[in-house]
Design a protein around this ligand. Structure first.
Ligand code: ME8
Length: 478
């Protein structure tokens, strides 16, 4: 039997500032999906990284009074610290300033687009929003400002290479309609199809070197550097060795039907229109799935310093620990819609679902086992319950977690109803078998917890194997 492959990427994040809760969400959602595939014994590859060749980074480094390279190393170090604290099991962290790993592939891809006759030079005049790292139209402005960033766009007149994206509108459209390129959820599929119905415009793919000041030189034209999005999107294949070393690329991209991008709703157009256009032009297979999640708000509002409603992932991690944060994100944020997180709700959920729920259940059962069973229960292998598997296959990690917690609740009830602590006094054999059953059930719950709460899952299975009550998994918070 040939092994199934699973390739998952997150966006590469801009290292102009610290990562926030939204980034923590994208990476946690991604990590849960990868760990689930690992448990199914698929061969997985998980990519994340940073999008470094941008004006934002140059500006942020300048504001910090540092050389860009030094500034970037510092920020990227912090990205990795956050990912470690969230237990993100990525295989590779790609940086687009990496001239060995990223640039050869980006250049090779560019050359393919040239060979296809899809790049041409043109004078361009328009408005550019540095926040978006994209051109913006007069129509999109509110009071002369970019509505997302609240900043005035730059007026730009320059010569750029343009990518003939318009040529691929129909092909992209058909592939999305037929789900050959699957956009999940359906609301996002409709959104991108509506955009495709209007027809795609050709897009700027380079900037004059002086204007952009950083970036990958355009092959054969030193006066230009690749435009950020053209450079950034290619990371998904350059990291695997496209144009450089084909082994991983062949295995996880070229010959792998199960490759997916996880992104937020803000970058749908880039991933579901521009990127497929580039791949079609270059004759490279398209991704199979783009999972588009919503945005996290706090108290129904965008997190912002002025509103004082920012919840910092590092702070939550320090106070509650890795698995509590993963739990909240996995269970209480829908991957398909916008979600909300406040400190108050986080604490309530922590106490109810983790301290009183899971923590209490594991400790009750293992206390009974430790006191009454002479040796550890030999746990039998059990398949994933279909409810859990079904939800995971649809990327509904919140529903999967909800199902696990419904099992936690029923197991709690089972202890109360079967009362093994009483039975053991009158009928020790029956009492022991009731307790062994509880342990067996706990082991199944524990299996489902692995992708969601990996550290807790390990502690529980260790407790089961040692026939010992685990340490206090989730101390109550007042
Ligand atoms: O766009 N809620 O990088 P970026 C949930 N470098 N997720 C959020 C969020 C929120 N409020 N805010 C951001 C870029 N995100 C480019 C990507 S990919 C080839 C290049 C998450 O640092 C979400 O995943 O601005 C979103 O798509 C991403 O961060 C944008 O990160």
């Amino acid at each position: 039997m040939t092994e199934k492959k699973f390739y998952l990427t997150t966006p590469i994040f801009y290292p102009n500032a610290k990562l926030h809760m939204g980034h923590a969400y994208t990476t946690t959602l991604s990590d849960v999906l990868v760990r689930y595939h690992k448990l199914k014994k698929d061969k997985t590859y998980f990519l994340t990284g940073s999008d470094e060749n941008t004006q934002k980074v140059v500006a942020a480094a300048k504001a910090a009074g540092q050389e860009p390279a030094v500034f970037l190393d510092g920020i990227v170090g912090n990205f990795k610290k956050l990912f470690a604290a969230l237990d993100i099991s990525y295989d590779q962290f790609i940086r687009t300033t990496d001239e060995q790993l990223h640039w050869p592939g980006a250049i090779a891809l560019w050359n393919k687009l040239v060979a296809a006759g899809d790049l041409y030079k043109k004078e361009y005049e328009g408005l550019y929003c540095v926040g978006h790292e994209a051109f913006i139209t007069e129509k999109e402005l509110v009071d002369g400002l970019c509505p997302d960033h609240g900043t005035a766009p730059e007026h730009i007149k320059e010569e750029n290479y343009f990518f003939r994206l318009s040529r691929y509108t129909e092909e992209i459209r058909n592939k999305i309609i037929s789900d050959e390129l699957r956009i999940v959820p359906a609301t996002r599929k409709r959104e991108i199809l509506a955009l495709l119905d209007e027809g795609l415009q050709d897009v700027s793919f380079s900037r004059p070197r002086h204007a952009a000041s950083v970036g990958i030189p355009v092959p054969g034209d030193d006066s230009q550097v690749m435009y950020v999005w053209c450079d950034a999107l290619s990371n998904y294949i350059t990291a695997l060795g496209y144009g450089r070393d084909d082994v991983l690329y062949q295995e996880f991209w070229q010959n792998n039907p199960d490759k997916m991008h996880v992104i937020g709703k803000d970058i749908l157009r880039f991933h579901a229109a521009i990127w497929p256009g580039m791949l079609l032009s270059a004759g490279v297979p398209l991704p199979a799935t783009i999972l588009v999640h919503g945005f996290i708000t706090s108290g129904g509002k965008k997190m912002s310093k002025t509103l004082g409603n920012v919840v910092d992932p590092e702070e939550l991690l320090a106070e509650y620990g890795t698995d509590a944060v993963r739990y909240y994100l996995a269970r209480h944020i829908s991957p398909f819609e916008d979600g909300d997180l406040t400190r108050e709700h986080f604490k309530d959920v922590y106490n109810a679902d983790l301290a009183n729920g899971l923590g209490n259940l594991a400790s009750r059962i293992m206390q009974l086992a430790q006191t009454n069973l002479a040796e550890p229960v030999k746990v039998e292998w059990q398949p994933f319950p279909p409810e859990f598997q079904g939800a995971m296959e649809k990327f509904e990690i919140n529903k999967a977690a909800e199902y696990v917690w419904s099992r936690i609740q029923s197991l709690d009830q089972q202890i109360t109803e079967t009362a093994p602590f009483k039975v053991i006094k009158t009928d020790p054999e029956k009492g022991k078998s009731l307790i062994a059953n509880l342990v067996q059930e706990l082991a199944l719950i524990d299996l489902m917890l692995e992708p969601l709460l990996p550290q807790t899952s390990l502690k529980i299975i260790e407790a089961i194997m040692a026939n010992q009550k685990p340490q206090n998994l989730f101390p109550r918070k007042d």
